[in-house]
Every structure is written in C-alpha cells, then in structure tokens.
Design a protein around this ligand. Structure first.
Ligand code: NAD
Length: 448
C-alpha cells in the first residue's frame, strides 16, 4: 500500500477550466489540500486573486474561502504541484478536432505524460476529462512507460457529470461517483476523497476503465437524444397545431420518461454535448458500432437543423427586408447561468443573420465579453433595452430570467416593429400578444 491510510491526501488538479477550477475548490471544501495547475498564466493569476475567469454561481466565493483557509493554491508549475501531491486529477479539455469529429486528445495525453514524468513518489493519476472509450487503457500504458520505474503509479478514470451553472452544487453533491479501473487501494483513496458526498448519499459505481469512459459519454448522448427527440416531435406539432409544451408535460408525468430535457426549441450547444456526441459517433464508427453512429448522427442533424429553422422563422417574421433590418438578439450563452458561448446556438443564429445583411445587436446578461471574443463582427449592447431600441425584429435565443421576464409593454415602446421570434418557447406569448406583438414560436404553428 503506497500511501498509509492515515496520510492526509494531497491533491493536484491539472487544468483549471470549468471542470478543474470547480473540482479543485470542491476538493478543498471537502477538507483536502489542493493545488490547481494550468499552463495559462493569466488564468492562474486570476484564480490566485480569487477571480474566476468565467461565470459560475458560487464558485468565486468557494475559491476565495479556500485560498484563505490555505487549502487551495494555484500554480503554473506542474512539476512542483505533482511533487507536493499524492492524487493527481486530469481535468484538461478534450475539444473536437479542427478537421474531424474526433476528440482532440493532445491535452489529455500531454498533461498525463507530464504528470507521470514529474512523479517523485508513489501516486494515483485520476482522469476526469470526457474521453472516447479506449483512451484510459492507452494512457495507462503511457504512464507505465513514462513514470520512474521504481514508483507505484496507478491510473484510473472518474468521469465528471457537473452542469455549468450548477457546477459547485453538482460537484459537492453528485448524483453518483463513478470509479473506473481502480485497485482496492486506489478505490479507498477516492472513497476518502469523496467521503462527504458519499456520506450524503451519492451512490458509488465501481467498474472497469471502458465502462467508466462510456458511462459519461452515454449519459450525454442520452440527454442529447431527449432534446432532439422532442424537437423532432415539435416539427409534427408545428405542422398540425398540436402544442409541444403540453405534450412534453403530459409524457413527462410518466416516471419512465421524465419531464427534464424535453424542452423543444433551439437545441443544445456548449462545450460538452455537441462535441461529445460527435466524438461518440466517430469512435462508434471506428469500432464498427454502426447503430450508435447512425443514431448519434441523426441526433446531431436534428439539433443543428433547429438553428437553421430559427433563421428561417426570423426571415419569415421580419417585417422589413432582412438586408439592413435591425435585429435584436437576446441571449448569447448556450444556456442561462453561464457565460460559455462554445458552440452556442444563439450566436450561430446571430451570425447567420449578420451574414444575410441584418444589423444584429446582441444582448446577454453575462456572456457579452466571451461572445465578443468568439464573434467580434457582431455588435453587443450593454442592456436589453439598448439592444431592442429601434429593432425591426427581436429574437429570444437564451432563456435568461431577465429576458423571459422582460416587460413586453415597455419593450414595445422601444422597438420600430413589434415582431418577436421565441426560439426557446420561454416567453409568456399571450402577454406579448396583448402588448401588440406578433409572436412566432419555434415548434408552434404560425397561427398561434
Ligand atoms: P476548459 O477548456 O474550460 O479547461 C481546460 C483547461 O485545461 C484550460 O484552462 C487549459 O488551459 C488547461 N490545460 C490544457 N492542457 C494543459 C496542460 N497540459 N497543463 C495544464 N493545463 C492545461 O474545459 P472544461 O470545460 O473544463 O472541460 C474539461 C474536460 O471536462 C473536458 O473533457 C470536458 O468534456 C469535461 N467536462 C466538462 C464539463 C463542463 O460542464 N464544462 C462537465 C463535465 C465534463
């Protein structure tokens, strides 16, 4: 047994993005000493000051608390962090490759190799990033070759299921803890680490490496499938006058189905679901699992077609020629409560209308800065009112409470034309119609 049971666990977390920064803060909250490592010096400098370079409710407070308790520190010096720790979590990104749908594993490979080479004593490397099935086994071989031969080193997989916007809560109180590939010793260390969550009732699923990798990917694939399923049904509703929201409520009462992730609309985006289902499609094709590949391809196609459908609705609903029309886009983040605009449906639609010659003004309560970095050619308004002033058409593309709750009477006085397209089926349409707006709702027949 390399680490005596009574030894206080010291933890390093490699990669301090959405996943790693939250994980590091949560592990400190659970009582352990944590060093967060990132190769981006600006990110580390911000985190050291207790500033989180992205919007995540509750996270800045938690980080500041534990920088002060001394349990949490940050560095760009991976070797020093590894030398001072026993358990090393790999939390770096696995984005989609630029030229294919496969996952780019260069960050995970680079970080894992760097940890293995920097080891000065026995240790446990734990992958948390989302990876295609088969990756962990390859990394294990790499670690065996790269780590100093006299050390006992183990690599396991412990996928993460946090939701952006609820990351702190999800990390401290996970629905389950999946531990893949662990020896009894390693499982014991991870059970100690997640002790408070396990004591609070989180089930522990122990399994082999491929199962752990596939659990994460399958969870995201299932959620994506639910969203694309309801969007496919919404197409039927749009053609027949049926109401997809009532339908989702009704089928959602069935406990086997459940109501969540059945909101028809612009579909999913962000840094996880789109790239994860594409990586699954790619990996399934490689393995000859053609049913999975076909299913995921269809889920992706339905999802992407929703963006095109909103562009078409906007063209139909625009009371003036789209060329030079003033279009207010409300929402830029891929969902509320985050400033993440990776693969954001809202920004895709905004950019498509900009390309058609519309004068697009984007408003988002939190994501304007990140949106501006990704789409610098769009213009960004500081307030919702500024975005809609003089607008010929208003598009609601992210269901932030501020946007859903905006007063249609007040906004009606600011716009040039009272025309709105609700891409998230989130507006109280009757109140908007009462205020003189023509409302088009994605997934509802035009006459509604
Ligand atoms: P991110 O891009 O926000 O963060 C990754 C961080 O890793 C960056 O700060 C980057 O600078 C750093 N990094 C990359 N290579 C490094 C290296 N060699 N050494 C040190 N730092 C390095 O990504 P994220 O959203 O946190 O996602 C990370 C992983 O977690 C992905 O596999 C993702 O699929 C998975 N995941 C994300 C979420 C989520 O909601 N964001 C949820 C569950 C799982």
């Amino acid at each position: 047994v390399p680490i005596a049971d009574e030894t206080p666990l010291r933890v390093s977390v490699i990669g301090t993005g959405y996943l790693g920064a939250t994980h590091a803060a949560a592990v400190a909250e659970m009582g352990f000493t944590v060093i967060g490592v990132d190769h981006d010096p600006a990110k580390i400098a911000a985190l050291e000051r207790g500033e989180v370079p992205f919007h995540e409710p509750g996270l800045p407070e938690l980080i500041r608390t534990h920088v002060q308790t001394g349990r949490l520190s940050f560095t760009t010096d991976l070797a020093a962090a590894v030398a001072a720790s026993d358990v090393h979590f790999i939390c770096v990104g696995t984005p989609q490759q630029a030229s294919s749908h496969a996952a780019d594993l260069s960050f995970v490979e680079g970080a894992t190799r760097a940890v293995a080479e920097a080891l000065t004593h026995d240790g446990l490397i734990v992958g948390k990033s989302t990876v295609p099935v088969g990756t962990a086994a390859r990394l294990r071989e790499m670690v065996d070759a790269a780590a100093p031969a006299h050390l006992h080193v183990e690599l396991d997989w412990n996928p993460e299921f946090l939701r952006e916007g609820y990351a702190v809560e999800d990390t401290l109180r996970p629905d389950r803890v999946v531990i893949g590939g662990a020896s009894p010793w390693a499982e014991e260390q991870l059970r100690r680490l997640y002790g408070p969550a396990i004591a609070a009732g989180a089930p522990v699923v122990t399994c082999d490496l491929p199962t752990a990798e596939l659990v994460k990917v399958s969870a995201n694939a299932f959620l994506a499938t639910k969203i694309s399923f309801i969007n496919a049904i919404a197409e039927m509703c749009e053609k027949t006058g049926a109401d997809v929201t009532t339908l989702a409520d009704a089928i959602g009462y069935d406990a086997r189905i459940g109501r969540r992730f059945l909101n028809a609309g612009l579909g999913f985006g962000g840094g996880c679901l789109p790239k994860d289902i594409r990586a699954l499609t790619h990996r399934a094709s490689e393995l000859g699992a053609l049913q999975v590949a076909g299913l995921m391809q269809q889920v992706d196609e339905i999802n992407m077609s929703q963006r095109q459908r909103v562009v078409e609705l906007a063209m139909e609903a625009c009371p003036v020629n789209i060329l030079n029309a003033r279009v207010a886009v409300l929402g830029a983040a891929f969902k509320p409560d985050t400033d993440d605009v990776r693969d954001s449906p809202a920004l895709n639609v905004a950019a498509a209308l900009h390309l058609r010659g519309a004068l697009v003004s984007v408003y988002d309560p939190e994501a304007s800065a990140t949106a501006r970095r990704s789409f610098p050619t769009l213009s960004y308004a500081a307030t919702l009112e500024a975005a809609v002033t003089g607008a010929d058409l208003v598009l609601v593309l992210t269901e932030w409470p501020e946007i859903v709750g905006a007063d249609p009477v007040t906004l009606g006085r600011l716009v040039a034309h009272r025309a709105v397209v609700d891409g998230r089926r989130c507006l109280p349409a009757a109140a908007w119609r009462d205020a003189g707006w023509r409302v088009r709702t994605l997934g509802s027949a035009a006459s509604e």
